[in-house]
Design a protein around this ligand. Structure first.
Ligand SMILES: [Zn+2]
Length: 151
């Protein structure tokens, strides 16, 4: 399932990507443009905009929760989906690209020394070149996802 999020849901887009979902963040808030983009790439629209027109062959989910983890729970419940542990951190949180496993030796100069010493698996985004690893916030994300799964 792929998503298109409107401009008020930037944090949720990031969290959906952390969970491994394909989540496009769309900053043009004109309803017509949002719908055309969603139809073109076969995405479910997630929005807080109450003026989004209905009935044009596109699924629109109104997100009501204020807090991002609550929003994630709301979307998962609504669509009967849940984040898979294996997919966590499989996408760039900034560009939505699928991350590639990279050779540890090749990124030595690009990560802090202590990270290089303590981590073995590194992933990179082909688009923005950001490097990812199972750092400290991995734990807090795992915790948050357990909370989502429990709901
Ligand atoms: Zn990226």
């Amino acid at each position: 399932m792929k998503f298109l999020l409107t401009q008020e849901l930037g944090r949720l887009a990031k969290w959906l990507r952390i969970c491994g979902f394909d989540a496009e963040y769309f900053t043009d808030n004109k309803p017509g443009a949002v719908i055309v983009a969603a139809l073109k790439s076969d995405r479910v629209i997630l929005t807080r905009n109450h003026h989004m027109p209905r009935g044009r062959g596109v699924a629109i989910i109104q997100v009501c929760a204020e807090e991002v983890q609550e929003q994630l729970i709301e979307v998962c419940r609504n669509l009967h989906i849940s984040p898979a542990a294996a997919d966590v951190f499989s996408r760039c949180t900034v560009c939505n690209e699928v991350l590639q496993v990279v050779d540890k030796a090749s990124i030595k100069e690009r990560v802090p020394a202590y990270v290089f010493e303590t981590q073995d698996r590194f992933f990179a985004c082909v688009k923005c070149s950001r490097i990812y690893w199972q750092g400290t916030h991995w734990q807090s994300v795992a915790q948050a996802l357990r909370r989502v799964a429990a709901n």
